[in-house]
Design a protein around this ligand. Structure first.
Ligand code: MOS
Length: 768
């Protein structure tokens, strides 16, 4: 990115794109940003704590709340019996009660909500609840679930070509098993909501959610109320990563339920322990594959079965399973593909969306298959990867024809810009001269489809007010969660109106201003909401040009609004932006616009499992180098060098932040973050002392990101492609770099595909 800055600086129209810092940085560093826990609470606000199951599966024989209820300061304890509507929060499949009734299915499943004068009192009360249960058998793994026929829904399968026939013509066939573990979202702001009573039985919820409409809709359903009586407001989230797409909902509904009954404000913010125990994570996957290649290393057949550990309820599992199939071949073209996914019902907390949404799990398997094939054949995996890269007009297993493909381009660019040949030589030379330390290198290409795979979700709206002093207020469905979407939205408005960015304000995300929204997810938030905003701003601009044309008595075609002034072609008139707005007011012109955007082109037929589900794909190639300490098993990532497909980045700083953050999160998932449940379904990695995420010392010593030269994509906002999820998958390369380093030390090491590759595992593999 740094290298290309020079030529981009020459592009004047990009001036705003270059200069815009994340608009939240000022309040973030001053501690003034408002999260749920910072909302000014009303006098008399009460506090909730959730009482949950402390076994993974069983029947509830009896619960005695009396001691807890009698504790001073406790107002009331709510259970399923207090639900006026439906005790149901399942979004995709109605299989998840808000509160357990007669049985429970995971350790941490909510049973009741204790509401008290303080959180401290509510926690004390929780310890006084007596519960009698009958334990039932617990399933924690996919294999066991499969054996018992325990599934969430029917299996899905995407097919291309004739896989069985193709295997008969292969020179090489390899089979294997892989495992990738879950991942804890570890948003800095834990789950939480604040509910307050409004007039006439309405309730306002301030929620830390990626999906305000999901919260609104589910609350209405549970309370048996109309949606218009529930207002959901989101200022920003302290991180979401998918963990607040669906799983921000129960806490908001619980707070609203208490407010409904007590007519008082109720705040419910989970502490870290409760959050870790009660919420689902990235899905662990157990998969088996069979890969077939010809003599010239062309992959011609690939058959894979993914077992997804969905947990105890559907949550978003079916949609996540679907995306695993969409990304099962990553950025490769394979003529004959058979992919199947089984969503396995287990007694873990319902696993949920996590950056990449099943895509990374799919990609880990194909990369494993390639590594295995390379090792058996005795060639470099890089060779197999390269020979099979997706090309223009290749067909994905789901029928979409790949266009504007940048797989080869990013691959070749990475190789040449970073001088791969030399990097490989350096690694070899280092390994030849060092005994106690070894280096490993791997390449990781990515291709990630952009759009919600559920076509009907690809829409958004924007509401724009130009106030009479010329300042602008914007509401959309976009939820700011640290990804910088608000900065991008602000840029769009400031650019279209050509006004100072200080004149633009991005409002909170609120269901009364923008309704029926899709969650901020699928990397699509800036595209969908940005396009709607662009439409609204352009409509207003046209209207303002009419006003200017009348005022200046010239044809509208001659009017240009630039730098807060009206120009007649190149001549600056006396009319300023502010005056133009005043004139429009006097002429009674509407200074408000509401626009709707729905992604064109996309479609998908689930009966055939074919279609064109993605607006476009994001491509890129990473080269990852690691050094392992062969005495200790510890490692560092020296270098990650990436050529990334930003399209035409509209916001370089923010996009680079997304690439770096996603990469590190991907490396964490693949190498150090180890979720552990015991056989009884109890979460063992239940604190930051037992669950290690990357810190500043474990990020790569050097991350270099260069944008690939491309014309950008019209389906992306201002040709600037989605960036939230795709770079996470560069992190998968870290796993294979580590294996290569281990192999350099221990030639007898047999490749294993069981992520994460923790330092303990590295150590054991070094001396295997
Ligand atoms: Mo995101 S994993 O699509 O919430």
């Amino acid at each position: 990115m740094r290298k290309n800055l020079a030529h981009m600086k020459n592009d004047i129209s990009n001036a705003l794109k270059q200069s815009m810092k994340n608009i939240d940085s000022y309040t973030h560093v001053r501690g003034e940003s408002i999260y749920v826990d910072d909302v000014n609470v009303r006098e008399g606000t009460l506090f909730g704590v959730v009482f949950d199951a402390l076994k993974a599966h069983g029947k509830i024989k009896s619960i005695d709340y009396s001691n807890a209820e009698q504790l001073e300061g406790v107002h009331r304890i709510f259970t399923y019996k207090d639900i006026p509507g439906e005790n149901q929060i399942g979004g995709v499949i109605p299989d998840e009660p808000l509160f357990a009734e007669h049985d429970f299915h995971f350790w941490g499943q909510p049973i009741a909500l204790i509401v008290a004068e303080s959180e401290f009192i509510a926690r004390q009360a929780r310890r006084l609840i007596k519960i009698e249960i009958e334990e039932l058998p617990v399933i924690t793994t996919c294999k066991e679930a499969k054996k018992q026929g325990s599934f969430i829904n029917t299996h899905r399968s995407f097919n291309l070509g004739d896989t069985e026939k193709a295997f008969q013509e292969c020179d090489y066939i390899f089979e294997g098993e892989t495992f990738s573990n879950g991942q804890e979202h570890l948003y800095i702001e834990t789950q939480g909501a604040y509910a307050e009573p409004l007039e006439n039985g309405s309730i306002k919820i301030t929620s830390s959610t990626q999906g305000p409409t999901i919260v609104q809709k589910t609350t209405a359903k549970v309370l048996g109320m109309a949606m218009h009586k529930i207002e959901v407001d989101v200022t920003r989230l302290g991180g979401g990563f998918g963990g607040k797409e669906d799983q921000a909902t129960p806490w908001a509904v619980m707070a609203a339920l208490a407010t409904f009954h007590l007519k008082q404000s109720v705040k419910l913010v989970l502490n870290r322990h409760d959050d870790l125990r009660m919420t689902g994570k990235r899905h662990p996957y157990e998969s088996t594959y069979k890969i077939g290649l010809t003599k010239d290393l062309k992959i011609v057949a690939y058959d894979v079965e993914f077992l997804q550990n969905s947990g105890a309820a559907a949550d978003l599992s079916p949609a996540i399973a679907e995306r695993t199939l969409f990304h099962a071949t990553n950025s490769y073209y394979i003529k004959n593909v058979k992919t199947t996914v089984l969503s396995c019902k287990t007694n873990l907390p319902p696993n949920t969306a996590f950056r990449g949404f099943g895509g990374p799990q799919g990609m880990f398997v194909i990369e494993s298959a390639i590594a295995k094939a390379a090792s058996e054949i005795g060639v470099s995996p890089i060779k197999i990867q390269e020979i099979n890269l997706l090309q223009e007009n290749d067909e994905f297993s789901y029928g979409q024809i790949a266009t504007e493909v940048e797989a080869q381009n990013t691959w070749d660019s990475a190789k040449s810009i970073f001088d791969l040949e030399n990097l490989e030589k350096e690694v070899e030379a280092f390994n030849a001269t060092h005994q106690d330390f070894k280096k490993g290198l791997a390449l990781m290409p990515i291709a990630f489809g952009i759009s919600f795979t559920n076509t009907p979700m690809n829409h958004a709206r924007a509401l724009v007010h130009i106030y009479q002093d010329g300042s602008v207020g914007i509401s959309t469905a976009a939820v700011e969660m640290g990804q910088g979407v608000n900065t991008k939205l602000l840029q769009i408005a400031a650019q279209v109106f050509s006004i100072d960015s200080a004149k633009v304000k991005i409002e909170t995300t609120n269901t009364t201003r923008v309704a029926n929204t899709s969650p901020s997810a699928a990397s699509s938030t800036a595209d969908l909401n940005g396009k709607a905003l662009l439409k609204a701003c352009n409509a207003l601009l046209e209207r303002l040009k009419d006003v200017a044309s009348e005022e200046l008595k010239t044809s509208k075609d001659n009017i240009i609004i630039k730098n807060e002034s009206v120009f007649i072609n190149t001549i600056k008139s006396d009319l300023t932006w502010t005056e133009l707005i005043s004139k429009a007011m006097l002429k009674r012109i509407a200074l408000t616009e509401n626009a709707h955007y729905a992604t064109p082109i996309i479609h998908f037929d689930k009966t055939k499992e074919k279609g064109h589900p993605f607006a476009y794909h994001v491509y890129g190639t990473a080269i990852i180098t690691t050094t392992i300490d062969c005495t200790r098993g510890t490692y560092v990532f020296d270098d990650v060098k990436i050529v990334h497909d930003y399209g035409k980045s509209m916001s370089e700083g923010i996009d680079l932040g997304q690439v770096e953050g996603a990469l590190v999160q991907g490396i964490g998932w693949m190498t150090m973050e180890e979720i552990a449940y015991n056989e009884e379904g109890k979460l063992l990695s239940n604190a930051l002392s037992t669950y290690k995420i990357p810190d500043i010392f474990s990020v790569p010593s050097n991350i270099e990101v260069i944008p690939v030269e491309t014309k950008g994509n019209e389906m992306a906002i201002l040709k600037s492609k989605a960036v939230g999820e795709p770079p996470l998958m560069y992190g998968i390369g870290a796993y294979f770099a580590l294996q290569n380093a281990i192999k350099a030390f221990n030639p007898k090491y047999k490749l294993k595909f069981h992520a994460p590759m923790t330092p303990e595992k590295v150590l054991m593999n070094l001396y295997e």
